[in-house]
Design a protein around this ligand. Structure first.
Ligand code: NAD
Length: 256
């Protein structure tokens, strides 16, 4: 007897609505492109309007459905108001992030608070806002935090950044436990060093660059395209039974 063939679940996102924070630049922009290419309608959010509008226009010019909204996601009431007015969103990719690297002995409270406000506080309430919208609408969804390999290991001059990304890993597990019964999946993507405006200064430092290249087993630093497949996987039905975990796009950094 010929067996029924199992069908690969779809990586397509037609008919789904996604919101991407930090979408004007780097990893967030690449994620918005990937989601739009897979058929979803993408709401792109970042602080500055000019670059964001251009980014959304570029996606539309390529045939995707994208809109832009300038928003500082550390303004939690504004973030919540926006998500509740324009949602529900089936997919959240929270890629807004901030880094202020330096020796832990020199960290100021101002640096700590600024990085934590974006990387922890806003990440937490962005997930909450999208999940609330899904629960109110009785829908399932996928929440994806762009964390970092630094959510699993330490890094030179990165005590604050590492603290915030480890926090993202923790909140993701707890939210996944709480929202699993509602069909809301919560996961992180943990990239290694990816060439973006955020990492420009690190790559300019030859010592740091050597440190990075020695640890990435695949022998090269990342580009934003390396994250695009991971975000599609976690956003789509291809990962229907995946929650509370982290997908490391780290070239083998954490392996040893
Ligand atoms: P980037 O600087 O290119 O982009 C950051 C984006 O976040 C921009 O669109 C910016 O407008 C937005 N943003 C920052 N603060 C915001 C706020 N308060 N409100 C709204 N938007 C805000 O950086 P990137 O390298 O693309 O980083 C994106 C995410 O990926 C960050 O969370 C970062 O920690 C993480 N990450 C980056 C790397 C890397 O090597 N580039 C590695 C691991 C993780």
């Amino acid at each position: 007897m010929i067996p029924d063939l199992p069908r690969t679940p779809s990586f397509r996102l037609d008919g789904r609505r996604a919101i991407v924070t930090g979408a004007s630049s780097g990893i967030g922009f690449a994620c918005a492109c990937a989601l739009a290419e897979a058929g979803s309608e993408v709401m792109m959010v970042a602080r500055g309007a000019a670059r964001l509008d251009e980014a959304a226009a570029a996606i539309r010019a390529a045939g995707g459905a994208a809109r832009a909204q300038a928003l500082d996601i550390t303004d939690i009431p504004a973030l919540q108001g926006f998500v509740s007015a324009r949602g529900p969103f089936d997919v959240l990719v929270n890629a807004a992030g901030l880094a202020r690297h330096g020796p832990a002995l020199d960290t100021t409270e101002e640096d700590f608070d600024a990085v934590a406000a974006v990387n922890i506080r806003a990440a937490y309430f962005a997930a909450q806002a999208v999940a609330r919208g899904l629960v109110a609408a009785g829908k399932t969804g996928s929440i994806i935090q762009i964390s970092s390999q630094m959510g699993h290991v330490g890094g030179i001059d990165r005590a604050v950044y590492c603290a915030t990304k480890h926090a993202v890993e923790g909140m993701t597990k707890a939210m996944a436990m709480e929202w699993g019964a509602k069909g809301i999946r919560v996961n992180t993507i943990c990239p290694t060093f990816i060439r973006t405006p955020l990492t420009e200064s690190t790559f300019r430092n030859p010592e740091r660059r050597a440190w990075i290249e020695a640890r990435i087993k695949l022998g090269r630093v990342g580009v934003v395209e390396d994250v695009m497949g991971a975000v599609l996987y976690l956003a789509s039905d291809a990962s229907a039974l995946v929650t509370g975990t982290s997908l490391r796009v780290d070239g083998g950094w954490i392996a040893g």
